[in-house]
Design a protein around this ligand. Sequence first.
Ligand code: GLN
Length: 484
Amino acid sequence: MLNASLKQLSALLADGKVSSVELTQTFLDRIEQLNPSLNAFITVDREKSLAQAKTADELRAKGGACPLTGIPVAQKDIFCAQGWLTTCGSKMLHNFVSPYDAHVIEQFNRAGAVNLGKTNMDEFAMGSSNETSYHGKVKNPWNQETVPGGSSGGSAAAVAARLAPAATGTDTGGSIRQPAALTGITGLKPTYGVVSRYGMIAFASSLDQGGPMAKSAEDCALLLNAMAGFDSRDSTSLEREKEDYARDLAQPLQGLKIGLPKEFFAEGLSADVAQRVEEAIAEYRKLGAETVEVSLPNSKLAIPVYYVLAPAEASSNLSRFDGVRYGHRAPEYTDLLDMYCKTRAQGFGSEVKRRIMIGTYVLSHGYYDAYYLQAQKLRRLIAQDFVEAFKHCDVIMGPTAPSTAFKIGEKSDDPVSMYLSDIYTIAVNLAGLPGMSVPCGFGGNGLPVGLQIIGNYFSEAKMLNVAHQYQQATDWHTRMPEGI
Ligand code: GLN
């Protein structure tokens, strides 16, 4: 059952071979057993999850089931869920019980899915290793001395260790795709605006996007069917017709044009990752695809541009955490200003403070034009590169991350080397494009490697088709860490 696809689980539930209560119990037991070492979950609430499972079983008995009814899904702790502790991995929100549901949570509830618990993450989704969480580091189930990637590392570790059949993540610069790659699972960041950000704690609003993390592309399609859709409460949510993201999964790939950006296969990419990605591309050729070289000449600017724009937006978004309305408040202070200062000094971790300082600096009078405005112009050029590239291909492929999972602590004192973990993913967010990561083998150290698939705007169904056909021909996505 641990390796079953969502479709298989749905069929077992429909045939009455297992109830949602039993299924949820199985995963809760696994969490109880394995979470103390992995630290993938921040909050588990047996009673709440089992009550939801019971309701799902009743709904099914009445004939009102959808494909996800009764399926347990782990939720990244960035999504507000009514009655659940929602901390965003920060001391600032260590005591915040959300009074409302995020749109994504509402959608899962509507589908009858079960909230299996809240997963660990880098504080306010800032990080690539899940080492900055107030709740402690998450371990990579493939090798517990290594990081699972970040910031959705709890969700990634949970799915990889089969503590959950599926999970949600969010991706501002790579936080779904990079941890998916480092833990050998499949993750998709949709086109900006496809999944509502309502109730998803804001990091950098023009880049943040929620998406599915699961064992396979087929599972991601089912999850995205529930997550996507217009929501008037998010001003950047796009009003588009409802799509079935699983509709094209079975299409053959004959004639598919894959663009290979020459900048993605250059300096900085580790040899074993390069080799696995090339083997995956060879597999695509066998499936009938053709490859063409494309160029993303401005992609080298993506990291500097992102580290101006994301902190700028974060410094503004995080100003709401002042000890007045919710979350942490310094226990002792002399006046209002002192309360703000002490609350924020105590509540935020050092990476979050670094971003707030950078963001405040680049937005300040005198520096706005030199940094913020300049970065906005470069963002447009980066997006334009993709428009050019997609004139010559249907999808773009390359590595998701430059290396396999690194050791815990290895990059903690070197923020720039940490930021480089997202070198292949960040440009996709700046352009607002959809991107996904699919497991494509193992590096020299036995750790998973991810293949990145980047699609044109709104081509999620096509990308899932491209990923699914590869997963029909290979079995990397079915591999499980040993001893787990
Ligand atoms: N690692 C990047 C950062 O630290 C991206 C994080 C994300 O996508 N949420 O900002």
